[in-house]
Ligand binder design. Sequence first.
Ligand code: UDX
Length: 482
Amino acid sequence: MAQVECIGHILIFPYPAQGHVNSMLKLAHLLDLANFHITFFVSSTIHARLLALTDVDSGRFSPRFRLKSFPPGIYDGGIDSREGALELYHSLHTIAKPFLKQYIAHNRDSGLPFTCFISDLVLSIALEVSEQCFNLPVYYFRTIGACAFWAFFSLPDLFEAGELPIKENGMESPITKVKGMEDFLRARDLPSWCRYEEDDTARIVYTETRRAVEARALILNTFEDLEGPILSQIRTKCPKVYTIGPLHARLMATLASKSTHSNSLWQEDETCMAWLDSQEPKSVIYVSFGSISVITRQQLMEFWYGLVNSGKKFLWVMRSDLVAGKDVESPIPSELEEGTKANGYIIGWAPQEAVLDHPAVGGFLTHSGWNSTLESIAAGVPMICWPFFADQQTNSRFVGEVWKLGLDMKDVCDRSSVEKLIRELMEKRKGEFLERAENMVKLAKEAISEGGSSYCNFDCLIQDIIKLNESMSEEDTVKCAD
Ligand code: UDX
């Protein structure tokens, strides 16, 4: 095949879950607009869902972008439990790793060799494939915030110092071994899966995170004015950190559009937009627990009563697989049905960025996933945080205690607390939260505007990849081991 002129060919590999695919596709879109060739790998299940539900294959990208699927077999069950997460991790190692190795070797002879790899959570796959294939430079794009990245990075120090596992009645104990967070981090602000034991999930997460130092650079979907002090800590270990977020806002600005393209793996219900149009400004609390969290029927009822009893308007995303357990189908009490008819709107999946940007939305009851947090920050919507797992426990602490952009209700789930916090956010302290949220919107906008930190960092990243591409010479094309 004839050599195609190209400024760089990037292999992108997100962890196969909604939040990861979403932010990495946005990164891919920005890199496509910067004229790179992109090959983007997802599991076969996600591949099928993206083709069915989005315009990923029809006009959004240039012909330089290729969406590819791994061979079938990658675990596609729930990853809300450690068993599911481990199964996915191992299936990626057994299926994606050998496949990528072969693919890169084959690609080397195709006339459009890869310049670099941008890998997500499971960095070890990229690093090991790279070691065996041409030392392909690896960038680590971690789709979580700097705060959670740094907490994950510090986990071995916490186990060593005995701050983890948490001792009996120790949830409020101060955590002193995450540098830069000594003044406010408590045991309950660490990922739920490492609270009680140093199990395989904890070990995998901190080992993968610590390998960031081996990557050519770390890329984070955040901005300097939001997480500067923690980024300084990270830079003591990973000197090259590109903060390029909020990515969705940067993409919107680049496209000169009011929205980005949907990367949803569920069918978006657009009818909620007309419902929002009929509501008063800043009157609606939007409720969503993201793409992975699963709650019990009891928790569902507590949130539902809290929302209805607050008397506020609410838009609630109830994914078809949100509630676990056998009594899912039990009838809904009539007072909830009536309260919802009067004040609520329930859908299966929302066009979330557009919802958060809608003038009627004045609050977000969220599970504190990083994308949701950043989308809320960029839209100036204060939050009530009910973190489920992983990075979310740390994100919610930052929202409540550091940025003061909302209220953190982790580990609490009763109807009267839900009602009280909604009233506090949407009524009593509304002005104060909205003012701080507006200030943060300004900083986010500055970051992604020409001359801003995220804008410049993205340019530096582009230049770095272009230089890599230029320096790729014939003598680098050593054979792939085996
Ligand atoms: C989890 C983590 O908590 C997150 O921090 C990590 O980076 C990825 O895994 P998830 O539950 O998917 O993520 O939450 P989040 O990071 O908030 O991502 C959810 C994405 O789905 C957001 O971009 C959000 O806009 C989108 N979404 C959610 C919709 O488009 N519609 C919905 O109804 C709900």
